[in-house]
Design a binder for this molecule. Structure first.
Ligand code: NAP
Ligand code: ZN
Length: 349
């Protein structure tokens, strides 16, 4: 086994701290990556604090991983030592079910998440990216361009693909009016992609002080969601709304803004349910309320290539490993601009 180290949540209540553990030795299909940066997703916080009620401790969170390939197995052809590489939310799936065959591994019933997921190889739980290294099957490793700022690429592995995928699925483009709800890690990537796809972008926020940033990031208009008068101006005008909010809230105020046949897609996963929406808001205009989960590996690579071509990365605040607990507290106050990324050079053995 490979001696490894990182930061773990030992229980839902105490701050994350140093943790030593073992990873498997790379097999013939495996790639070993020395982790340079890892983004901090709100899902890490949900799981470290057991807000989804499925956490196993100690838990090493982190699924926005980028770094350097330092070892490859004998059968690995797509990566070589020295390459940049990324790992997102998944490290395995069955490979044969209809979802896997369609390159939608995220929907496979046997998909293995990067952390807090039963690991087929070791029989233990998987450990994520708040650590010095990771060993992953080559089919779940992404190619990363050396043209972009590597630290700012890390959040593309989750926040990037989770917003890119629904915008592509619902064919967002020129002529569409698109709403993005929440300017956090996911939301700011949603703004960038919707803008890049040529749509008119409106950002809904609870934080008036984020308005100027939202425009810089690509929003054409910013609406403070508490301002009922401003909200009313947008009634029945949106083709699609991507809602990234991590807390339960009133969905009707956004459903009422959709045109006939418009869709609001939820990607936030609050620990408690949203208040049930008014069905009248759905049936009278044949509106749809939908959800979306990250994206498949093929689409994640497509997104990374799109970002390299269009010079798109995340706006980040680089933090040392020991800053993770403060970062979680700031995230809870919506004080994130717009993704924390851990500089793994600060992780002590
Ligand atoms: P984040 O960086 O904390 O951003 C969430 C944003 O939502 C906040 O910055 C804030 O933006 C807004 N917000 C927070 N509380 C709110 C409230 N009570 N009412 C209205 N708006 C509120 O979180 P994230 O990393 O983007 O993740 C967002 C959610 O997506 C989490 O639940 C996460 O677990 C989930 N997620 C899902 C997937 C998936 O595949 N579906 C993937 C990754 C993450 P403003 O200040 O602009 O209001
Ligand atoms: Zn995530």
């Amino acid at each position: 086994m490979l001696k490894s180290y990182g930061y773990a949540a030992y229980d839902p209540k105490t701050p994350l701290r140093s943790f030593h553990f073992e990873r498997r030795q790379p097999g013939p299909r495996d790639v070993r990556i020395e982790i340079q940066y890892c983004g901090v997703c709100h899902s890490d916080l949900h799981q470290a604090r057991d807000e989804w009620h499925g956490s196993t401790f100690p838990m090493v969170p982190g699924h926005e991983i980028v770094g350097k390939v330092v070892e490859v197995g004998a059968e690995v052809r797509a990566f070589k030592v020295g390459d940049l590489a990324g790992v997102g939310c998944m490290v395995d799936s069955c490979g044969v079910c209809p979802d896997c065959q369609d390159h939608q591994e995220q929907f496979c019933n046997q998909s293995v998440y990067t952390y807090n997921s039963p690991d087929k190889h070791t029989g233990k739980m998987t450990y994520g990216g708040y650590s010095n290294q990771i060993v992953v099957d080559q089919d779940f490793v992404l190619h990363v361009s050396d043209k972009l700022n590597l630290a700012a690429v890390a959040p593309l592995m989750c926040a990037g693909i989770t917003t890119y995928s629904p915008l592509r699925h619902w064919k967002v483009g020129k002529g569409d009016k698109i709403g993005i709800v929440g300017l956090g890690g996911l939301g700011h990537m949603g703004v960038k992609f919707a803008h890049a796809f040529g749509a008119e972008v409106v950002l809904f926020t609870t934080s008036p002080d984020k308005a100027a940033d939202a425009k810089r990031l690509g929003a054409h208009q910013v609406v403070i969601s508490k301002n009922a008068e401003d909200m009313a101006k947008h009634q029945q005008s949106f083709d699609f709304i991507l809602n990234t909010v991590a807390a339960p809230h009133d969905l009707d105020q956004y459903l009422a803004l959709l045109k006939r046949d418009g869709t609001m897609c939820l990607v936030g996963v609050p620990s408690e349910p949203h208040p049930s929406p008014n069905v009248g808001n759905l049936i009278f205009k044949r509106r749809a309320l939908a959800g979306s989960l990250i994206g498949g590996i093929k689409e994640t690579q497509e997104m990374l290539d799109f970002c390299a071509e269009h010079n798109i990365v995340s706006d980040i605040e680089l933090i040392p490993m020991e800053g993770i607990n403060d970062a979680y507290e700031r995230m809870l106050k919506s004080d994130v601009k717009y993704r924390f990324v851990i500089d793994m050079a600060t992780l002590k053995a």
